[in-house]
Design a protein. Sequence first.
Length: 234
Amino acid sequence: MLIIKPKFQFDVHVEAELTPELAEMDLKDVLSFEVYYGKFVKKLGDLFDVVKEGDEKKLVLQGDFSRVKWIGKELQGGEIVVKGNVGQHCGAYMVDGRIVIEGNADDWLGTEMKGGEIIVKGNAKNRIGCNFWGEMEGMKGGRIMIEGNAGSYIGEKMVDGYIEVKGNAGDFVGTEMKGGVIVIHGSCGYVGWDMRDGEIRIGGSFDIPPSFKRSDDGWIGDVNVNGNGTVKSL
């Protein structure tokens, strides 16, 4: 296991693809691992204090990581625990493993992920489980759980998987959704624009596009794109 702490408050974003594979490396190699501090290439040991405890495939990130991007990118297994806030693109392209964020998460959480589990104890911002710009498919598998509130464009172009928000969410939930399940326990704005397939369940109030047709247990659409998705109340 590696325990990683920022040495100082970052003035610019850090791009650091931190994964549990680092915990299986020699400490000297971990400290030499290259990251970006703004436009400058730095060694991990220049920016972070690192302590190695045993050989468990696990990272514990302690402190403010809200300016650190790409944590858990392409995660293949193991566990990451963030004891604070986390920056953009956390869990992007994730395949397996587990990420637990005890604070809040920034935009692009779990983008295009294929498997594994992400749990956020606080709030998350926009574009959870969606696609990157120009890509045709978003989240393809796995689970994302937000225990607080979330932003807009949750699950855009989602193909499969499960996203659950215990609080409220913003607008455009499930836009161009192609499969999978999104559950919002609170209220949100518009849901399901250009939805092809999948299911959205809402516990509170929400707005439905006029291009959905009423069914016995909810709404079916988006008929503008010959969609067969389902939107229903919890």
